[in-house]
Unconditional design. Structure first.
Length: 242
Protein backbone atom coordinates (compact mmCIF):
# COMPACT_ATOMS: atom_id res chain seq x y z
CA UNK A 1 0.00 0.00 0.00
CA UNK A 2 1.39 3.38 -1.03
CA UNK A 3 1.43 6.26 1.47
CA UNK A 4 0.44 9.65 0.04
CA UNK A 5 0.90 12.93 1.92
CA UNK A 6 -1.39 15.78 0.82
CA UNK A 7 -0.30 19.31 1.79
CA UNK A 8 -3.17 21.71 1.12
CA UNK A 9 -5.02 24.22 3.30
CA UNK A 10 -8.37 23.32 1.69
CA UNK A 11 -9.89 20.25 3.40
CA UNK A 12 -12.23 19.77 0.43
CA UNK A 13 -9.22 19.07 -1.79
CA UNK A 14 -7.96 16.45 0.65
CA UNK A 15 -11.42 14.85 0.88
CA UNK A 16 -11.80 14.46 -2.88
CA UNK A 17 -8.26 13.11 -3.29
CA UNK A 18 -8.81 10.67 -0.45
CA UNK A 19 -12.08 9.47 -2.02
CA UNK A 20 -10.40 8.63 -5.33
CA UNK A 21 -6.98 7.47 -4.17
CA UNK A 22 -8.04 5.30 -1.25
CA UNK A 23 -10.27 3.26 -3.52
CA UNK A 24 -7.10 2.48 -5.49
CA UNK A 25 -5.51 1.03 -2.37
CA UNK A 26 -3.53 4.08 -1.27
CA UNK A 27 -3.30 5.45 2.26
CA UNK A 28 -3.52 9.25 2.66
CA UNK A 29 -2.44 11.68 5.36
CA UNK A 30 -2.92 15.44 5.45
CA UNK A 31 -1.14 18.62 6.48
CA UNK A 32 -2.86 22.01 6.22
CA UNK A 33 0.25 24.19 5.99
CA UNK A 34 3.67 24.06 4.40
CA UNK A 35 5.89 23.91 7.49
CA UNK A 36 3.96 21.02 8.99
CA UNK A 37 3.78 19.28 5.63
CA UNK A 38 7.52 19.47 5.04
CA UNK A 39 8.10 18.20 8.57
CA UNK A 40 5.76 15.25 8.02
CA UNK A 41 7.35 14.43 4.67
CA UNK A 42 10.80 14.22 6.23
CA UNK A 43 9.63 12.32 9.30
CA UNK A 44 7.31 9.74 7.72
CA UNK A 45 8.93 9.20 4.29
CA UNK A 46 5.73 8.88 2.19
CA UNK A 47 5.79 7.32 -1.28
CA UNK A 48 4.43 10.52 -2.85
CA UNK A 49 3.78 14.11 -1.74
CA UNK A 50 0.98 16.18 -3.29
CA UNK A 51 1.48 19.85 -2.39
CA UNK A 52 -0.45 23.01 -3.24
CA UNK A 53 1.59 26.03 -4.34
CA UNK A 54 -0.50 28.56 -2.42
CA UNK A 55 -0.28 27.78 1.31
CA UNK A 56 -0.91 30.01 4.34
CA UNK A 57 2.69 30.07 5.55
CA UNK A 58 5.48 29.02 3.19
CA UNK A 59 4.56 28.29 -0.43
CA UNK A 60 4.68 24.95 -2.18
CA UNK A 61 7.96 25.80 -3.90
CA UNK A 62 9.65 26.20 -0.52
CA UNK A 63 8.07 22.95 0.68
CA UNK A 64 9.46 21.24 -2.41
CA UNK A 65 12.90 22.76 -1.80
CA UNK A 66 12.99 21.58 1.83
CA UNK A 67 11.94 18.05 0.92
CA UNK A 68 14.33 17.85 -2.03
CA UNK A 69 17.26 18.92 0.18
CA UNK A 70 16.91 15.65 2.09
CA UNK A 71 14.84 13.17 0.07
CA UNK A 72 14.02 12.09 -3.47
CA UNK A 73 10.38 11.29 -2.72
CA UNK A 74 8.20 12.00 -5.78
CA UNK A 75 6.34 15.34 -5.59
CA UNK A 76 3.21 16.47 -7.43
CA UNK A 77 2.34 20.17 -7.24
CA UNK A 78 -1.18 21.64 -7.41
CA UNK A 79 -1.88 25.24 -8.31
CA UNK A 80 -4.63 27.62 -9.36
CA UNK A 81 -2.03 29.77 -11.10
CA UNK A 82 -2.57 29.69 -14.85
CA UNK A 83 0.88 30.54 -16.07
CA UNK A 84 3.31 28.19 -17.76
CA UNK A 85 6.20 29.91 -15.98
CA UNK A 86 4.85 28.68 -12.64
CA UNK A 87 4.92 25.11 -13.92
CA UNK A 88 8.52 25.58 -15.02
CA UNK A 89 9.47 26.91 -11.57
CA UNK A 90 7.82 23.94 -9.88
CA UNK A 91 9.53 21.40 -12.11
CA UNK A 92 12.90 23.10 -11.76
CA UNK A 93 12.49 23.05 -7.97
CA UNK A 94 12.35 19.27 -8.29
CA UNK A 95 8.64 18.48 -8.67
CA UNK A 96 7.82 15.40 -10.74
CA UNK A 97 4.45 16.61 -12.00
CA UNK A 98 2.32 19.74 -11.99
CA UNK A 99 -1.52 19.88 -12.05
CA UNK A 100 -3.64 23.01 -12.31
CA UNK A 101 -6.81 23.58 -10.28
CA UNK A 102 -9.62 22.91 -10.78
CA UNK A 103 -8.47 19.41 -11.60
CA UNK A 104 -10.13 16.20 -12.63
CA UNK A 105 -9.81 13.70 -9.75
CA UNK A 106 -9.57 10.87 -12.26
CA UNK A 107 -6.69 12.61 -14.03
CA UNK A 108 -4.86 13.13 -10.74
CA UNK A 109 -5.49 9.48 -9.85
CA UNK A 110 -3.99 8.37 -13.18
CA UNK A 111 -0.98 10.66 -12.78
CA UNK A 112 -0.37 9.47 -9.22
CA UNK A 113 -0.40 5.86 -10.38
CA UNK A 114 2.03 6.69 -13.19
CA UNK A 115 4.44 8.43 -10.81
CA UNK A 116 4.33 5.52 -8.36
CA UNK A 117 4.97 3.05 -11.19
CA UNK A 118 7.98 5.05 -12.36
CA UNK A 119 9.28 5.23 -8.81
CA UNK A 120 8.87 1.48 -8.29
CA UNK A 121 10.50 0.67 -11.63
CA UNK A 122 13.33 3.15 -11.20
CA UNK A 123 16.68 1.56 -11.93
CA UNK A 124 18.71 1.36 -9.00
CA UNK A 125 21.41 3.78 -8.24
CA UNK A 126 20.63 2.77 -4.66
CA UNK A 127 20.93 -0.99 -5.28
CA UNK A 128 24.28 -0.98 -7.05
CA UNK A 129 25.53 2.56 -7.71
CA UNK A 130 29.16 1.55 -8.23
CA UNK A 131 28.53 -0.86 -11.07
CA UNK A 132 25.83 1.31 -12.65
CA UNK A 133 27.96 4.45 -12.63
CA UNK A 134 31.13 2.78 -13.80
CA UNK A 135 33.33 2.01 -10.80
CA UNK A 136 35.43 -1.09 -11.31
CA UNK A 137 35.45 -3.91 -8.78
CA UNK A 138 39.20 -3.44 -8.34
CA UNK A 139 38.71 -0.12 -6.58
CA UNK A 140 36.77 -1.81 -3.78
CA UNK A 141 33.73 0.33 -4.39
CA UNK A 142 35.55 3.46 -3.31
CA UNK A 143 36.98 6.44 -5.08
CA UNK A 144 39.22 9.11 -3.60
CA UNK A 145 39.69 12.40 -5.42
CA UNK A 146 41.69 14.71 -3.23
CA UNK A 147 39.69 15.41 -0.09
CA UNK A 148 36.55 13.82 -1.58
CA UNK A 149 35.91 10.16 -0.73
CA UNK A 150 32.96 8.10 -2.00
CA UNK A 151 32.20 4.68 -0.51
CA UNK A 152 29.52 2.97 -2.61
CA UNK A 153 29.09 -0.01 -0.30
CA UNK A 154 27.97 2.25 2.55
CA UNK A 155 26.82 5.21 0.40
CA UNK A 156 29.02 7.45 2.52
CA UNK A 157 30.47 10.61 1.02
CA UNK A 158 33.01 12.59 3.01
CA UNK A 159 35.00 15.73 2.38
CA UNK A 160 38.10 15.99 4.52
CA UNK A 161 36.62 13.30 6.77
CA UNK A 162 33.35 15.19 7.33
CA UNK A 163 30.17 13.38 6.26
CA UNK A 164 28.12 14.99 3.49
CA UNK A 165 24.44 14.03 3.22
CA UNK A 166 23.21 13.51 -0.34
CA UNK A 167 19.85 12.46 -1.71
CA UNK A 168 19.88 9.30 -3.89
CA UNK A 169 19.78 11.34 -7.12
CA UNK A 170 22.60 13.65 -5.94
CA UNK A 171 24.61 10.58 -4.97
CA UNK A 172 24.01 9.06 -8.40
CA UNK A 173 25.15 12.21 -10.20
CA UNK A 174 28.29 12.41 -8.06
CA UNK A 175 29.06 8.72 -8.67
CA UNK A 176 28.64 9.17 -12.41
CA UNK A 177 30.96 12.18 -12.55
CA UNK A 178 33.50 10.78 -10.10
CA UNK A 179 33.76 7.56 -12.11
CA UNK A 180 34.62 9.67 -15.17
CA UNK A 181 36.35 12.83 -13.88
CA UNK A 182 36.82 15.68 -16.36
CA UNK A 183 34.37 14.05 -18.80
CA UNK A 184 31.50 16.33 -19.88
CA UNK A 185 28.01 14.87 -19.48
CA UNK A 186 25.00 16.39 -21.18
CA UNK A 187 21.77 16.80 -19.23
CA UNK A 188 20.24 14.01 -21.30
CA UNK A 189 23.11 11.65 -20.48
CA UNK A 190 22.72 12.41 -16.77
CA UNK A 191 18.98 11.73 -16.99
CA UNK A 192 19.61 8.46 -18.81
CA UNK A 193 22.24 7.26 -16.36
CA UNK A 194 20.79 8.46 -13.05
CA UNK A 195 17.03 8.44 -13.67
CA UNK A 196 17.13 5.62 -16.24
CA UNK A 197 14.22 4.71 -18.51
CA UNK A 198 11.67 6.17 -16.08
CA UNK A 199 12.44 9.82 -16.84
CA UNK A 200 10.11 10.34 -19.82
CA UNK A 201 7.90 12.87 -18.03
CA UNK A 202 10.73 14.61 -16.17
CA UNK A 203 11.83 18.02 -17.42
CA UNK A 204 15.45 18.01 -18.50
CA UNK A 205 16.13 21.11 -16.40
CA UNK A 206 15.47 19.01 -13.30
CA UNK A 207 19.11 17.99 -13.78
CA UNK A 208 20.16 21.62 -13.31
CA UNK A 209 18.36 21.76 -9.96
CA UNK A 210 20.02 18.60 -8.67
CA UNK A 211 23.46 19.62 -9.94
CA UNK A 212 23.08 23.07 -8.35
CA UNK A 213 22.29 21.51 -4.96
CA UNK A 214 25.16 19.03 -5.28
CA UNK A 215 27.56 21.82 -6.24
CA UNK A 216 26.44 23.88 -3.23
CA UNK A 217 26.93 20.95 -0.86
CA UNK A 218 30.45 20.34 -2.16
CA UNK A 219 31.24 24.03 -1.70
CA UNK A 220 29.62 24.24 1.74
CA UNK A 221 31.75 21.30 2.89
CA UNK A 222 34.92 23.01 1.68
CA UNK A 223 35.67 20.61 -1.16
CA UNK A 224 38.53 22.47 -2.86
CA UNK A 225 39.96 19.86 -5.20
CA UNK A 226 36.71 18.70 -6.87
CA UNK A 227 34.13 21.09 -8.26
CA UNK A 228 31.30 20.71 -10.73
CA UNK A 229 31.78 22.96 -13.73
CA UNK A 230 29.18 24.06 -16.26
CA UNK A 231 30.39 23.65 -19.83
CA UNK A 232 28.48 26.16 -21.94
CA UNK A 233 26.28 24.56 -24.57
CA UNK A 234 27.19 21.04 -23.46
CA UNK A 235 26.55 20.10 -19.83
CA UNK A 236 28.55 19.43 -16.67
CA UNK A 237 31.80 17.84 -15.60
CA UNK A 238 33.65 17.14 -12.37
CA UNK A 239 36.80 19.25 -12.42
CA UNK A 240 39.54 17.53 -10.38
CA UNK A 241 42.63 19.39 -9.27
CA UNK A 242 44.76 16.62 -7.79
Amino acid sequence: MSDILVIDDDPAVYDILRMYLERSGMRLSWAADGCEGAKQALASAPDLVIVDVMLPDIDGYEVCRRIRAARDVPIMMLTCLDRSADAVVGLEMGADDYVRKPFSPREVEARVKAILRRSADSPSVQEDPCRRMGFSESDGGQVVLGDLRIDCSTRDVTVGGAHMHLTPKEFGILCLMAAHPRVVFTRQEILDQVWGHTHDDIGIHTVDTHVKRLRSKLSDHGCKECTIESVWGMGYRLAVRV
